[in-house]
Design a protein around this ligand. Structure first.
Ligand SMILES: [Zn+2]
Length: 473
């Protein structure tokens, strides 16, 4: 994959026939001024900063080991059920069997990584409606690749899949629940990312400043129990969450015209005029992996569904969900059976190894570049309301590996940021002749290696209009 950031700008104006030639001839940044009838902003023209190229992609698609991913999925399916309430001690049937296969595979990978990858089994208890209100024992598997930068090593980028599964009855430990797509597929992406990235680290091509965590967690079907625990565990260990990539149902792409893009869900957040950190993480991933590979969907999850990114998202942290392009519900959460000629059940035979491999590559490359990046700026603020100039302020700690900061803007209706300007150091930049009202603004840090942090949207001073007497806010 190459740096596509500059190739991605949308020429909204190409539909305006009379202006086509004018718009195509002009630099993509000007596409922000979407229609000739809007005032030009700024009137004197925009700055043209020299931008550092993004890092060259290092995770080649052909380096993905589809065969081993498939083998792990089949081992997990062979456990019969991996319901979180099933046996943790039977090596042949139940969720403990699933844990054993994952730990064994990660140990193989750790051996090849020259001892860099650390495997942790985190045992805990959790309770929910779907544990019948009783605490049940659960075990999460984490593989950790420590970051090289003393300051950034406490920042964690997570990729996670859930290894529990469920039949139609979410409380039945007896029924089979193969769970190949939901979510042995996501587990295989997490584990393969561990292999790809620890291999790159062992061969000196890592350069991860932040720490990477490859998770396989239980309890998702009983109420995101492993997701909540992962967040709690990370906090207890003193980590800051740099980003959380949840891969859940990423193994199939059966509709005509395949391959299609993997969907990447991110929630809006709860602040007016300011997208969530998850949305910014989604934009960063799309920029790294390319629009032709990732389909951003601006909603927290599929309608009526949830996933392990949700606890992180609700905590205001950057978290997103990868899911296959179009789901087949007869293969999800279904006890295997045939009814009226329809075969139900989440079997490995429905999976598409090539699609799954694409998802693994996209996760691994995104994690790699995010872990190479400087810390995102903090305290980003926009001032200058009711003046002709927008003023963008931000803070950042010292970082000798950082080249500077990109000031980003976008039309309020545009899904993606564009770079407006570059600044070498933190502080305030005045965008002369730019209205505070017609665009959104953000700042991100750029490493000397070209890796970008996720963007931090500028916070604005909230000045709600005065309320009529007796009105509740
Ligand atoms: Zn799932």
């Amino acid at each position: 994959m190459t740096n596509r950031s500059s190739a991605h700008h949308t020429f909204l104006a190409t539909s305006i026939a009379a202006s086509v030639c004018f718009w195509i001839a002009i630099s993509p940044a000007f596409a922000q001024q979407s229609a000739p009838r809007d005032p030009t902003e700024p009137q004197q023209g925009q700055p043209h900063p020299k931008l550092l190229p993004h890092p060259a992609a290092a995770i080649a698609r052909q380096s993905v080991d589809e065969k081993s991913m498939r083998a792990l999925i089949e081992q997990l399916v062979s456990c019969g059920t991996r319901l979180s309430l099933s046996s943790w001690t039977d090596p042949k049937r139940g969720i403990g069997c699933g844990r054993d296969h994952i730990v064994a595979r990660l140990n193989e990978i750790a051996k090849e990584s020259g001892g860099k990858l650390q495997i942790v089994v985190d045992k805990f208890e959790a309770t929910s409606e779907r544990t019948a209100g009783k605490p049940v024992p659960l075990e999460s598997v984490y593989a950790i690749l420590p970051g090289s930068d003393p300051k950034l090593a406490k920042t964690l980028f997570i990729v996670s899949g859930h290894y529990d599964s469920r039949p139609s009855d979410v409380m039945s430990t007896e029924a089979d629940a193969p769970g190949a797509d939901d979510d042995a597929s996501g587990v295989s992406v997490s584990v393969e990312s561990a292999r790809l990235l620890s291999k790159a680290a062992a061969s000196g091509k890592g350069g991860y400043r932040a720490t990477l965590l490859f998770a396989a967690i239980p309890g998702e079907e009983q109420g995101l129990l492993g997701g909540y625990r992962l967040l709690e565990w990370a906090k207890q260990q003193g980590y800051t969450i740099g980003g959380m990539l949840d891969d859940d149902i990423v193994g199939d792409d059966p509709s005509p015209g395949a391959p299609h893009r993997v969907r990447l869900f991110s929630g809006n957040g709860e602040i007016d005029d300011c997208d969530s950190p998850g949305r910014e993480l989604a934009r960063a991933i799309e920029e790294i992996d390319g629009r032709e590979n990732v389909r951003m969907i601006f909603r927290a999850d599929r309608y009526g569904r949830g996933g392990d990114h949700y606890p992180f998202y609700k905590a205001g942290l950057p978290a997103v969900r990868f899911t296959e392009p179009l789901e087949d519900y007869s293969h999800q959460h279904q006890t295997p059976r045939t009814e009226n000629g329809i075969e139900y059940g989440d079997f490995a035979k429905y999976l598409n190894a090539s699609f799954l491999g694409d998802v693994a590559r996209d996760n691994a490359e995104a994690l790699r570049q995010l872990a190479m990046a400087p810390a995102p700026p903090t305290n980003a603020r926009l001032t200058g309301a009711v003046t002709p100039d927008a003023k963008v302020f931000w803070s950042a700690e010292e970082d000798p590996e950082r080249a500077g900061f990109e000031i980003l803007w976008r039309e309020t209706t545009e899904p993606r940021w564009q770079v407006y300007d570059f600044a070498a150091s933190p502080g305030e930049t005045v965008l002369r002749g730019v209205s505070t009202d017609n665009h959104f603004f953000a700042v991100r840090a750029v490493g000397k290696n070209g890796a970008r942090s996720i963007a931090v949207p500028t916070e604005i001073e909230r000045r709600p209009p005065p309320l009529p007497a007796g009105t509740k806010q």
